[in-house]
Design a protein around this ligand. Structure first.
Ligand code: PLP
Length: 451
């Protein structure tokens, strides 16, 4: 059902929001949330009837777009049949979701622990690694995002950790490769890869291999800038972890379930971690769900010893029914292949062409429907268009870029000096081109702030 535009209802929604909703990640009086009336496919619209092409997929989770009729119907059917049930029972929707996920995860990641989202998956993956190894420390990369719960925010390597960082025991940060802003002053990908692996080995040596439970990495770090790792890096980390008996955790909460043009980003690099976290795209975010896919060796640790973790709603039937329907829709409609095709034929070439014409674009990187444009003041020095963690007037160039995109009907993803191009995996060629045309206009505004 498509609601008709109704500004009066919109005003009431907004007023109640402003009076009573305490928004996440926000200074409550400095925000002006759009009142959203409805959404379908790659678009949503407000109560004035203004439509936006969603180049954010929500928070990078609507991998099959909004309101897919088959997923909506599956949730309705599950609600009518068995709307809720406690975790310690075998429920058809949960068993089937676990089977479908395990069939698609790499290697022997065949046991699925369900959670209500990504951060909780990270909490449990690190707990499993600590219990499995009997070791306390977790190594995590700078320029990463792993969620906002206690351990997850401490593992996170971006400025949002700082206000909330209680210096969690046993969390150690290291640098992962990122050639454009190389922490190792490398000149090419091979050098970056070699130096990053040596740095990880050195970090492990100085922390003490026997104290390290896990290394956690996003396969392709998402929130921090969609930084595809150089060839050989993840295989190298796998080898180092094996050498020291360290659990290798890949966080695929954002990159998983088709976003990169394969079921999982790990499939691009031929690596199998010991634990893999997922959420978001698993059911396109229609009902909160996440989880950890567990190797047979780690599952064995908990074969006769209880695993101490889980919440009241873990593996909720509505969320699992949505996952079953989402995965089936992705297969039936070839959505993973569509993401790969749109990346190769429309978004990749289109974004590179924009980079040629707009001096504000320092770098284009990505794959599938997972792209970032790094905006700079000066291409030579690579000085970011706005300072790291900019606020207020410092952030004016990015705010102007965003306002221009929105005025022309595109909802962009903006993080610091970057815009991420992350539409649904089933975005059509026409929609992708429509978005690129608006980005072209918005980048002209960003260009005005270059030297
Ligand atoms: N891990 C990664 C890689 C993410 O991108 C996110 C969220 O963006 C999380 C974990 C946290 O997920 P959630 O917000 O569902 O807790």
């Amino acid at each position: 059902m498509t609601p008709q535009p109704n500004p009066q209802v919109g005003a009431a929604v907004k007023a109640a929001d402003r009076a009573h909703v305490f928004h996440s990640w926000s200074a409550q009086e400095l925000i002006d949330p759009l009142a959203v009336a409805g959404a379908e496919g790659s678009y949503f619209w407000d109560y004035e009837g203004k439509r936006y092409l969603d180049f954010t997929s929500g928070l990078v989770f609507t991998n099959i777009g909004y309101q897919h009729p088959k997923v909506v119907a599956a949730i309705q059917e599950q609600a009518a049949t068995l709307s809720t049930f406690a975790p310690a029972f075998a429920i058809e929707a949960r068993s089937e979701a676990a089977r479908l996920i395990a069939e698609r995860t790499p290697g022997d990641l065949d046991k699925i622990f369900f959670t209500n989202g990504g951060a909780e998956a990270v909490e449990n993956a690190t707990r499993m690694a600590r219990l499995h190894t009997g070791r306390p420390k977790i190594l995590s990369a700078y320029r990463s995002y792993h969620g906002a719960t206690s351990t997850a925010i401490n593992l996170t390597g971006d400025p949002r950790r700082w206000p909330n960082d209680i210096g969690a025991a046993g969390v150690v940060h290291f640098w992962a490769p990122f050639l454009y802003r190389s922490p190792f002053h490398a000149e090419n990908e091979r050098q970056e890869c070699e130096r990053a692996l040596q740095h990880l080995e050195d970090t492990i040596a100085f922390e003490g291999p026997a104290t390290i439970a896990a290394v956690i990495l996003e396969t392709i770090p998402g929130t921090a800038g969609i930084m595809t790792p150089p060839p050989g890096y993840l295989a190298g980390v796998r080898e180092i972890c094996d050498r020291y008996g360290i659990v290798f955790v890949l966080d695929e909460v954002m990159a998983g379930f088709g976003r990169t043009g394969k079921w999982f980003a790990a499939d691009h690099y031929d690596v199998t971690p010991d634990l893999m976290t997922f959420a978001k795209g698993v059911n396109s975010g229609y009902v909160p769900l996440g989880g950890v896919a567990i190797s047979s060796e780690i599952a064995e640790t908990f074969a006769r010893r209880p695993y101490p973790g889980g919440l009241t709603y873990s593996g909720h039937p509505l969320a699992c029914a949505a996952a079953v329907a989402t995965i089936n829709v992705m297969e039936e409609e070839g959505i993973v292949e569509q993401a790969a095709r749109i990346g190769e034929t429309v978004l990749g070439p289109g974004l590179r062409e924009l980079a040629e014409r707009h001096p504000s674009v320092g770098e284009v990187r990505g794959t599938g429907v997972f792209w970032a444009l790094e905006l700079v003041k000066d291409r030579e020095t690579r000085e970011p268009l706005v300072p790291y963690n900019a606020a207020g007037t410092d952030n004016a160039p990015m705010a102007a870029f965003g306002a221009t995109a929105k005025a022309h009907g595109l909802w962009p993803f903006i993080n610091m000096n970057r815009t991420h191009v992350v539409p649904p995996c089933n975005v059509t060629e026409g929609e992708a081109k429509e978005g690129l045309a608006v980005l072209d206009m918005a980048l002209s505004i960003a260009d005005e702030h270059t030297v």
